[in-house]
Design a protein around this ligand. Structure first.
Ligand SMILES: [Fe+2]
Length: 286
C-alpha cells in the first residue's frame, strides 16, 4: 500500500497498491487510521462494482442508503439537462458546499463515491476541511460559534437556490430524498468529532436561522462563515478518472459538485454511511 498526502491542503491522501475488495486485517486497520487522520482517501482505478462498493462502505458502518446513481442520465438513456428539470435541480443544488444529511434527524458519517461515466471536462468534486476552518478562527470567534445552534433543512437550501422540485406531493413533500416532514433538525455549529475528539464546524448550505439571531443577520453570518471556511489550503477539488473511488468523512468535511456540460453523460455512484445516533443525532431528535 502506497500513501501520498495531498499537497498544499490540510487533509486528504491518495492510496494505491491495495485491492479494496480483499483487505486483510492489517491493511484495513492501516487504512482506517489513515482515513481517521486525513478524512478523505482517494483510490485511483478502484473499479468498485455495486456489491463491492457497498461492502467496502459497510466496513465503516451501517448504510444510510446503498449505492445510488448521481447522474444526469435517465433510465431511458435520455439526458436531463434543462434547468427546470427536477433531476437537474438536485444536481445543481449539490454545487453549494454542504455536509450530507445534516437536514436529516441523524447526519451521515461518511460516503463512498465512485466514477463510472465522466464528461470531457468539468464535474470535479470539491471537499473542504471544517476542522482546519474552525482552528483558523480567532479565539473570540471560536468561542462565539461554539455557543451557536442552527437549523438544517433541504427545503431551505433548495428553496433559497431556486431548486425546489416542480412535482409536489399532497402532503407538501417531494419525491426526493431529504424532503421529510419531521421537525427541522437543529445542530450546534461546532461538532466534536467522535473518533478524534477534535472540534470542527458544521455549516454549509443547509444551515440557517441561528437560534437567537435575526434570520437576515443569520443568513449573512453563515454566508460569510461558509466563504471563509471554504478557501485556500482548506479545499481540494478532485478531477475524476473513470474507475476512481473515494471515501470521505462527512462529520468533518464539506463537499461540493462543480458544473459540467449537461449535454454529456455523467454517472457517479454514491453510498451513504449512516452517522452514529449517539453522536450524529440533531439536538431536537434525541
Ligand atoms: Fe452531497
Amino acid at each position: 500500500m502506497k500513501v501520498e498526502d495531498l499537497e498544499g491542503v490540510t487533509f486528504g491522501s491518495v492510496v494505491t497498491g491495495i485491492n479494496l475488495e480483499e483487505l486483510d486485517k492489517k491493511t484495513w486497520q492501516d487504512l482506517l487510521e489513515i482515513w481517521t487522520d486525513r478524512a478523505l482517501v482517494i483510490f485511483p482505478n478502484a473499479w468498485l462494482t455495486a456489491d463491492t462498493q457497498d461492502d467496502f462502505a459497510r466496513r465503516f458502518g451501517d448504510l444510510e442508503f446503498p449505492r445510488t446513481a448521481i447522474s444526469n442520465m435517465g433510465k431511458d438513456g435520455k439526458l436531463h439537462k434543462e434547468t427546470t428539470d427536477d433531476v437537474v435541480k438536485v444536481i445543481r443544488g449539490n454545487e453549494g458546499w454542504h455536509h450530507d444529511s445534516t437536514y436529516m434527524p441523524v447526519q451521515a458519517k461518511a460516503a463512498v463515491f465512485s466514477a463510472e461515466i465522466i464528461p470531457e471536462s468539468g464535474g470535479a468534486t470539491g471537499w473542504a476541511d471544517m476542522r482546519a476552518a474552525y482552528d483558523a478562527l480567532d479565539d473570540g470567534m471560536r468561542s462565539r460559534v461554539s455557543g451557536m445552534q442552527a437549523y438544517h433543512s433541504y427545503y431551505y437550501s433548495q428553496g433559497r437556490d431556486g431548486y425546489l422540485p416542480s412535482e409536489q406531493k399532497d402532503d407538501g413533500t417531494y419525491n426526493y430524498y431529504g424532503f421529510h416532514n419531521h421537525e427541522v433538525s437543529l445542530r450546534k455549529l461546532v461538532k466534536t468529532h467522535p473518533d478524534t475528539g477534535r472540534d470542527n464546524l458544521i455549516i454549509g448550505r443547509h444551515a440557517h436561522n441561528i437560534i437567537g439571531m435575526d434570520p437576515q443577520e443569520s443568513e449573512e453570518f453563515l454566508d460569510s462563515l461558509n466563504e471563509y471556511a471554504c478557501q485556500g489550503s482548506r479545499i481540494y477539488h478532485h478531477d475524476w478518472e473513470r474507475g476512481d473511488a473515494v471515501i470521505w468523512d462527512n462529520r468533518r468535511l464539506m463537499h461540493q459538485a462543480t458544473p459540467y456540460d449537461m449535454t454529456e453523460p455523467r454517472r457517479m455512484w454514491h453510498t451513504r454511511i449512516a452517522g452514529d445516533p449517539r453522536t450524529e443525532t440533531a439536538l431536537n431528535h434525541q
